[in-house]
Design a protein around this ligand. Structure first.
Ligand code: CU
Length: 497
């Protein structure tokens, strides 16, 4: 069932000033007509990124219906190449990545390359940067990969992300020393497809697209939070989700039959965490260890030690750990929900502790916004040319999530011109967290300079970001909760010229 937490929506009580809910408030104004994905400016920029000796990394992805074994649980779902997660894709910074997608799904699809500042026509947003790939059709994505780091790819069509249509994409930096013996790619997910309902069933239960409230709305009162057991609340994130899931996966497996990562005591491992979930943030810890965070969303940070890490949907973190002697749970608590995912790190024979939940989860928990950037990835000091405000809100009845009071596809674009420094204030006016993701750019948080492409914004919190408009096109800006996005929480950063 869909569990809808009671929430206060405070837009009315807080924003009484005239004009605040206007479609977009900006200082400075961009002028011109939209630069579309097929514009010469987009093509020219990609030509400049190409180089004569450029290496080509080729791959093929076949999305199709499949039965997948999640570790003793067989489910019917849709995935890439019959596996969950999809195949690992790997390239080096500067390479040309060429991926042929052979759509064997019964419906149209698309592939988005999450976090990459790539050519707009290859960004994989149907209706914005390309036509959807029809059932039975093929499409070749081909673009220069700009930056090293931990990324992922996923369908950007409807709720296909909440099936099995995602996989990790690692971009290597040939100059990086790689001071570790093991590299483990750990993809996290919340799972319900094939367990009696599909993500489309859930959308119907929530009331997405029907103009109606969800099935649980009869008893709802919009005035405050309910502390009852059906709410999903996190002390760190407030409302922690709209959907309850029967399974949480680490590396595509349920905890009963987990992914096992083996090493020798004293060795170092780089763990690349990707949260591919649709509606779940994860609190992650490795029992008996502290982790040193080295990167988030592909970009390096000042290394920081922590016991646990909170990862919003669409966020990635790289950590280094020096492994102790024994068997340890790599534990992913579904934040604010009941349930967890788990892998096992093994440097010795023996069994996992009977109670695998590590104490580290309740010690220091680091959020992405707690990190500081390495100096060399800071944006250059510069005054902003343009200021945009994005207010995030929603209602539960009807189930509708908005940016500046409007729901996609009726949202107002945020216009920019090329060559500008844009400052953008994102205000969360709801009591639920939203991981906000900007396509095609890695922005900086104004207060710390931290580089991110997905920032988790807690309830009633404001985050201000800056970015340089150096990648012309039409770029989605949206909440990475798949159901919020589907219910309207998406707009476009639109280059004009
Ligand atoms: Cu959201």
């Amino acid at each position: 069932m869909v569990r809808v937490p009671r929430r206060a929506f405070l837009i009315g009580s807080i924003l009484t000033g005239a004009g605040v809910l206007a479609s977009c408030s900006a200082s400075g104004a961009a002028t011109g007509v939209p630069v579309t994905a097929t514009s010469p400016a987009v093509r020219r920029l990609e030509q400049q990124r190409r180089s004569p000796g450029q290496q080509v990394a080729s791959a093929r992805l076949t999305p199709r219906p499949v039965e997948v074994d999640l570790g003793g649980r067989i489910v019917s779902t849709w995935s890439y190449d019959d596996q969950v997660p999809g195949p690992l894709l790997r390239a080096r910074a500067g390479d040309l990545l060429r991926v042929e997608v052979d759509n064997q799904l019964p419906v149209e699809t698309s592939v988005h390359w999450h976090g990459l500042a790539l050519s707009n026509d290859m960004d994989g947003v149907p209706g914005l940067t390309q036509d959807p790939i029809a059932a039975g059709d093929r499409f070749v994505y081909e673009f220069t990969v700009p930056h090293a780091g931990t990324y992922f790819y996923h369908s950007h069509s409807g709720l296909q992300l909440d099936r099995g249509l995602y996989g990790a994409l690692i971009v290597d930096d040939p100059a990086e020393p790689g001071d570790y013996e093991h590299e483990w790619i750990v993809v996290l997910d919340d799972w319900l497809d094939g367990t009696g309902r599909t993500p489309d069933d859930v959308a119907r239960e929530l009331g997405i697209g029907t103009g109606m409230g969800g099935m649980d709305h009869g008893a709802m009162d919009m005035g405050g939070m309910d502390m009852g057991e059906e709410t999903m609340l996190s002390p760190l994130l407030g409302g922690a989700g709209d959907v309850s899931y029967p399974h949480f996966l680490v590396g595509g497996r349920v905890p009963d039959d987990p992914m096992v990562l083996t090493a020798a005591p004293g060795q170092r491992a780089r763990i690349r965490f990707v949260n591919a979930a649709a509606d779940t943030a994860f609190r992650v810890a490795l029992g008996g260890h502290r982790m040193t965070v080295t990167h988030t969303d592909g970009f390096p940070v000042v290394p920081q030690d922590t016991d646990a890490l909170l990862i919003g949907m669409g966020e990635r973190f790289d950590v280094l750990v020096t492994l102790s002697d024994g068997v340890f749970p790599l534990f992913a608590q579904a934040e604010g929900k009941t349930g967890y995912g788990q892998a096992v790190v093994r440097t010795a024979s023996g069994e996992l502790p009977i109670q695998p939940r590590p104490d580290e989860l309740d010690r220091r928990v680091l959020l992405g916004t707690d990190l500081a950037p390495r100096e060399y990835v800071r944006l250059a000091e510069r005054d902003h040319d343009l200021y945009h405000s994005v207010d995030m809100g929603g209602t539960m009845s009807p189930y509708r999530w908005t940016l500046n009071g409007r729901a996609h596809p009726n949202s107002a674009p945020l216009n920019v011109n090329e060559g500008q420094r844009v400052r953008m204030r994102m205000r969360n006016m709801s009591d639920m967290f939203h991981p906000m993701h900007l396509h095609g750019h890695t922005f900086a948080l104004t207060d710390t300079g931290l580089r991110k492409d997905t920032v988790t914004i807690g309830p009633m919190r404001t985050v201000e970001i800056e970015f340089d408009t150096d990648n012309p096109g039409q770029w989605a800006l949206h909440c990475h909760n798949a159901y919020h996005q589907e219910a309207g929480m998406m707009t476009t950063v639109s280059y004009l010229a």
